[in-house]
Design a protein around this ligand. Structure first.
Ligand SMILES: [Zn+2]
Length: 699
């Protein structure tokens, strides 16, 4: 998924922030000058002066600056709602928010050069942003003005779309409700947020208190070295000479894959599956309540169930459509899963394969039958060459030119590029690829400053961040996966940069969830092509091309275990969609049984397992933003496979196909529904068969 742009901030004590405020107010005059300069920067046409914007002085006045901009934003809004309906113009509702840009910069700084000060600033400002957004987003007077404008003004197509989206956004919150119903909804929202927090907290508490000890390394000696060292250290910290494993996924997965005692593997996975299911930490009563409240909320807002409400922001039209799709994908994937299981049973001559020895044998099969050494492959992927190929590809396909500029940013590793297309400058791009201690982990794409209406000179400032480990001697090398991540995030940035219209409100980040990942996943495809693997890469020492044998091994592994993985994902997505579509289960037992039934209908490995209580730890759909939306990951994979098949048919480097993709999809942002754009490019609706073939589910 496109990474959340607002990182989760740790709470800092209030002391800290008041200390900063005091220091700040001691220098009122300097502050005035500083704030003036910040405003100039925010108004500037050209690239931003990050050395200034991220300087110590600016960090000190950030909260004060933020508060000023917030007040201005609020009074601008109050001005609009104090006008007569007839006097509100379209221009009033789209003017750029300096507050958003400034807060975006503060967040970026906090994510890439984290310090106590940046963190404290964010924890002070974030609640204020949320409060303002609620104030504006739920204002009935504002809503009435939008609706009036929409009905009584002659608007362009894009302007209509901007208004329709704004109106829809207010409607799916609670703008229509009044009096008792409104306070009921407020109550539900409050309760939902408390319960979600409690759900996450229970799981966290359970995981924190969990440990698994080994007194000797006899059965765990095959585990990856770093995991073992960690376990040893963890035990030593408690004055023990053993190995101690926690509930983190690296530990659990390593034990499941490498521990050669079947009983222990069963014990570990059973304990893991039972997290947050007992006594005061039991999450299942919370699930019942969460589902019930979400259904109630949906009904208040005029929907049949919560799934319907959730799908307003997604490509599928009805929950039934999603359930049918999941059934179909599940069935297709199961055939491949059966073949995968058979291969393991045959190869190791075992009768039965079950949930606690699957990971173990899958790993062994991968090593013994398809031995591919990731470290060997890595020697062909030099970071510099990968980036320059990425830019070449964008040039070939989409006519994009990347020119590196000799200007400084906030860190020597973060390089700036000027991006142009057909001779016209379209964006600035910052690539900040390497790991640093002060950087948040993971990889993401973002827009640091958007373009504004009718101003061609002020192009957007876009950014890609990742955490590749920089080599201290010799060139930096990438694993195939980190190369894929780089291409993936660049795909998001391409989507940000390519837009021919005027309105930031139609930004690609607001696309239906299923389609947001289309351009990013699409970019990954070229890397797997033989033409690319064979022609582009050279060994960093010998300059030799990748040997065919290595490529063949890699291809064999492309769909390794794909059937099993898909079946698991389908089970999870089905659980999510069914629980939010049908009547909520009325007891914990009924909930457990329902989840087992859903699994039984879709798979043969995770079947009738007493200890299967994964719903108690599926924060994504119960405590996170993915409720009744987990399926969108799958849908975006289907879209990507289908679109890429067109490139394959018309030649993978065909600039005509690339141009058509830009014209019908990337360029459009959210000017149309994702489904319509998809049809514009494909000339037809989605064909899931293409994905099934790609994954090897059908021939
Ligand atoms: Zn993504």
């Amino acid at each position: 998924m496109l990474e959340e742009q607002i990182a989760e901030e740790q709470d800092l004590t209030n002391n800290k922030s008041s200390m900063i405020t005091e220091e700040v107010s001691a220098n009122i005059e300097t502050n005035l000058a500083l704030k003036d300069k910040i405003r100039q920067e925010l108004d500037k046409q050209w690239f931003l002066d990050f050395q200034f914007l991220f300087s110590k002085e600016v960090i000190w006045v950030s909260v004060e600056m933020f508060d000023e901009l917030l007040e201005e934003e609020k009074s601008r809004f109050d001005d609009i709602i104090s006008l007569d309906k007839e006097s509100v113009n379209f221009a009033d509702i789209i003017s750029e928010s300096k507050l958003d840009v400034f807060y975006g910069l503060m967040s970026h700084l906090n994510n890439v050069l984290n310090s106590e000060e940046t963190q404290s600033n964010i924890s002070v400002c974030k609640p204020k942003i949320i409060e303002l957004s609620d104030y504006m987003g739920l204002n009935r007077d504002y809503y009435d003005r939008l609706v009036f404008l929409r009905k009584n003004t002659k608007l362009t197509k894009d302007q209509t779309r901007v208004l329709d989206r704004a109106i829809e956004n207010m409607e799916i919150r609670w703008v229509h409700l009044e009096g008792k119903e409104k306070s009921k909804l407020e109550e539900i929202n409050k309760e939902l947020s408390i319960l979600s927090e409690q759900y996450k907290q229970n799981l966290l508490d359970e995981q924190k208190s969990y440990s698994y000890y080994f007194e000797t390394d006899e059965v765990i000696k095959d585990l990856p070295k770093d995991v073992l060292e960690n376990a040893k250290k963890k035990a030593e910290d408690k004055w023990k000479t053993w190995w101690e494993f926690g509930a983190d996924s690296a530990s659990t997965i390593s034990i499941m894959k490498y521990c050669n005692d079947e009983e222990i593997r069963k014990d570990v996975i059973d304990q893991n599956m039972l997290f947050a299911t007992s006594w005061e930490l039991d999450n299942r009563p919370i699930i019942l309540k969460l589902i019930e409240l979400r259904q109630e909320k949906a009904k208040l807002l005029g929907y049949k169930n919560y799934a319907e409400l959730s799908l307003v922001k997604k490509m599928a039209e009805t929950p039934e459509e999603v359930i049918d799709l999941l059934k179909e994908v599940g069935e297709k994937a199961e055939l491949k899963m059966e073949a995968e299981m058979l291969e393991i049973r045959d190869y190791f001559d075992i009768d039965e394969l079950n949930y606690y020895n699957l990971a173990f044998y899958t790993r062994k099969l991968k090593e013994e039958k398809y031995d591919l050494d990731d470290k060997l492959l890595k020697e062909y992927f030099q970071y510099d060459k990968v980036v320059s190929y990425m830019f070449d590809l964008a040039n070939k396909l989409f006519g994009i030119n990347m020119k590196q500029l000799d200007i400084s940013t906030y860190h020597p590793d973060a390089k700036v590029y000027e991006v142009s297309r057909n001779g016209k400058k379209i964006a600035h791009y910052i690539l900040d690829p390497f790991y640093r201690e002060t950087k948040r982990s993971g990889a993401w794409a973002n827009i640091l400053r958007p373009q504004i209406a009718n101003n061609d000179d002020r192009v957007p400032v876009t950014v890609n961040v990742s955490s590749v480990l920089k080599s201290t001697d010799g060139p930096t090398l990438l694993t195939f996966n980190s190369m894929k991540t780089l291409f993936h995030e660049f795909g998001h940035v391409l989507h940000f940069m390519l837009y021919e219209g005027n309105y930031q409100e139609l930004n690609s980040m607001r696309l239906e969830w299923d389609a947001i990942e289309l351009p990013s996943q699409l970019m990954e495809n070229w890397l797997k092509e033989e033409a690319v693997l064979l022609d582009i890469w050279e060994h960093y020492k010998t300059w030799e091309k990748i040997p065919m044998e290595l490529i063949e091994k890699k291809h064999k592994l492309d769909n390794f275990n794909a059937g099993f993985v898909e079946v698991r994902q389908t089970q999870l997505a089905m659980m999510d969609m069914e629980l939010y579509t049908n009547n909520p289960p009325s007891s914990v037992d009924e909930l457990d049984q329902k989840v087992i039934d859903i699994n039984n209908n879709l798979g043969s490995i995770i079947r009738d397992i007493e200890t299967y209580k994964m719903h108690a730890q599926f924060s994504h759909i119960f405590a996170g933003g993915y409720s009744a939306g987990y399926y969108s990951y799958l849908r975006s994979r289907l879209l990507d496979a289908d679109v890429y098949s067109v490139f394959q048919k018309e030649w993978i480097f065909n600039p005509e196909t690339g141009k058509r993709f830009v014209d019908t999809l990337l360029w459009q942002w959210i000017r149309k529904k994702a489904r319509d754009m998809f049809v514009d490019f494909m000339g037809r609706d989605l064909d899931p068969e293409v994905y099934y073939r790609k994954k090897g589910f059908i021939k």
